[in-house]
Design a protein around this ligand. Structure first.
Ligand code: PEP
Ligand code: MG
Length: 591
């Protein structure tokens, strides 16, 4: 049994097909003075042809999956459009009289290696993309055809070190039942693609390439991030039946799509979706969301390797607002820093999570902040857009933000640009300081949304991205829940609403407690919505309040977990069977 990160839910069983990126060695060959011209022409044609191929793939991706997915290919196109790299290659061919393939390969590898060594996780993940583009040019120069990623006529589990964005474009409609990769996290392009294509996937499985051979029977459990290689008959049977149950279960959940998230005693909670790309909106609607509770806009900035301007942003925000209307979208301003580092920003900090992050960045780089606010406001004419600020820790920050927000509104009015003058702006509660001063903050803002991922990280002093301390990351810890209770109280006594948009909102064990604490909105990954709704619809608010009171009296995270897990097992045995590890009896927060 191999463990990795649950990147896309569901079960898949099929033989492995190992996708290897072929890297034939590129030999250094001397060329004669009379061959230089032809060699350079061949190289230029190779680059042009590679651009042509990549643009075609990009267009197809944009058409079939949307612009935000297509953007993954931009890093590759940038390399081909990098005149320095092309010029360097040509000059070295002329000067050293060697083959262009050798020189270009060296330049691409050097670029990929320096990007691969960066601290920034997102940029680091672009290193394989860059090698991918080098291989494309070399293949064209050699006159070899482009191979297909899946030459199979039967279902397979695709195993790979990683799958390049240009290759993921080929996955749609192919017989890929499941995916296992050695690298990647929940936000790697592979994970995002797999979720969009609804292919169960586990990423970050160390040495999967060594441990899984071509043709091995493989089970992918995308709910728990587990991969089983060559299971025995009994295990195979068990997973076949799980897969079957899961299909029925998801089918049942689909029936709930249009029902409200209302408890048996008539209390309704708003269930909305978290998205990172505008292309996720249709899927969020399909999963029965009532609005977008968190649109993480930094993704637009991170994928494009340059800052999108006001106009580009406006089009994306406006598209989301149009798609989700008449429901509301809460657009969060840039949250870079921490693990999300944009080109040239925040690198080299000792403590990036405590550093120049999110609103601190926006308040320093006010041009960027103001143009984002303008773009958001311009998209608000349907009266279904709200603005939200991440990582606000002090009331001084809030006041400064509010002044800027008003100034941007005044600018728009002066320029006669239409926007919703009642557009609400609210805060994410992500730090203990914000939670502890929520009573004061509530008087100067329109709504709260608790970012439980960060609130947990900062309350328990546990890095949310560090595997070594992952067992300490408990978003149901009493310290976190007690802060949440305080925030709800502060919000409600000031007549504003409060939601939660961290991963806890999709953690079925904790959902009853969130309801019992009085949260008005749960915003979660679209795929989690139906099962959260199912739990809400089978609860009574009275019971939920009782559970919340009990857990607030427990002193340890472990104690809360045990209590909630037992409750869950007895209240939802069918869900527990599917989602809880029956072998280890490990009752992890369910995703
Ligand atoms: C959070 O911190 O809970 C949150 C929703 O924001 P992000 O995960 O984008 O930091
Ligand atoms: Mg956060």
């Amino acid at each position: 049994m191999l463990r990795g990160i649950a990147a896309s839910p569901g079960f898949a069983i099929a033989p492995a097909y190992h996708f290897k990126v072929l890297e034939p060695p590129v030999e250094r060959c001397e060329i004669g003075a009379d061959e230089i011209g032809a060699e350079i022409d061949r190289f230029k044609t190779g680059v042009e042809q590679a651009k042509h191929e990549l643009r075609a793939i990009r267009d197809r991706l944009a058409r079939e999956m949307g612009e935000d997915y297509a953007r993954f290919l931009d890093a590759q196109l940038l390399v081909l459009e990098d005149e320095m790299a092309i010029k360097d290659t040509i000059e070295r061919v002329q000067r050293e009289r060697v083959n262009a393939a050798y020189v270009f390969d060296e330049i691409v590898r050097r670029t990929a290696a320096s990007i691969g060594a960066l601290d920034d996780g997102y940029l680091r993940e672009r290193a394989p993309d860059i090698k991918d583009v080098g291989r494309r040019v070399l293949r064209i120069m050699r006159g070899e055809p482009h191979g297909s990623i899946i030459p199979m006529d039967h279902e397979v589990i695709l195993t790979a070190h990683d799958v390049n964005p240009s290759d993921t474009a080929q996955l749609r409609g192919k017989k890929v039942a499941g995916i296992v990769t050695e690298v990647g996290g929940r936000t790697s392009h592979m994970a995002i693609m797999a979720r969009a294509l609804e292919i169960p996937a586990v990423v970050g499985v160390r040495e999967a390439g060594k441990k899984i051979a071509d043709g091995d029977m493989v089970i992918v459990d995308g709910n728990k991030g587990v991969v089983i290689v060559n299971p025995d008959d009994e295990e195979l049977e068990r997973y076949r039946s799980k897969r079957q149950q899961y299909v029925l279960f998801t089918h049942d959940l689909e029936q709930l799509r249009d029902s409200p998230a209302v408890t048996v005693d008539g209390h309704e909670v708003q269930l909305s979706a978290n998205i990172e790309l505008s292309e996720e909106v249709p899927s969020a609607i399909e999963h029965g969301c009532r609005g977008i509770g968190l649109f993480r806009t930094e993704f637009l900035f991170l994928t494009s390797l340059r800052l999108p301007d006001e106009e580009e942003q406006f089009h994306i925000y406006d598209e989301v607002a149009e798609l989700i209307a008449p429901e509301t979208v809460i657009i969060r301003t840039l949250d870079i820093g921490g693990d999300k580092v944009m080109h040239d920003v925040g690198t080299g900090e000792m403590n990036p999570y405590l550093g120049w992050r999110a609103i601190r960045f926006s308040l320093t780089c006010q041009d960027i902040f103001r143009s984002q606010l303008r773009a958001i406001l311009r998209a608000s004419t349907r009266k279904n857009v709200k603005v939200m600020y991440p990582f606000v820790a002090t009331i001084e920050e809030l006041r400064q933000i509010n002044v800027i927000f008003r100034e941007v509104q005044d600018d728009l009015k002066r320029d006669s640009i239409p926007f919703d003058e009642e557009c609400e702006s609210g805060l994410m509660i992500e730090t203990p300081s914000a939670a502890l001063t929520a009573d004061a903050m509530a008087r100067e803002t329109d709504f709260f949304s608790i970012g439980s991922n960060d609130l947990t990280q900062y309350t328990l002093a546990v890095d949310r991205g560090n595997e070594r301390v992952a067992h300490l990351f408990m978003h149901y810890h009493p310290a976190v829940l007690r802060l949440m209770e305080r925030v709800v109280h502060a919000a409600h006594s000031n007549g504003i609403s409060v939601g939660v948009c961290g991963e806890v909102a999709g953690d079925l064990l904790v959902v009853p407690v969130l309801l019992g604490l009085g949260l008005n909105e749960l915003s979660t990954n679209p795929i989690d919505l139906p099962r959260v709704k199912r739990v809400v619809r089978s609860l009574s608010l009275r019971e939920a309040k009782r559970m919340a009171r009990t857990v607030l009296g427990i002193s340890s995270g472990e104690g809360v977990r045990r209590f909630l897990a037992e409750r869950f097992q007895s209240a939802y045995p069918d869900l527990a069977e599917l989602l809880i590890d029956q072998e280890t009896r490990e009752v992890q927060p369910i995703r």
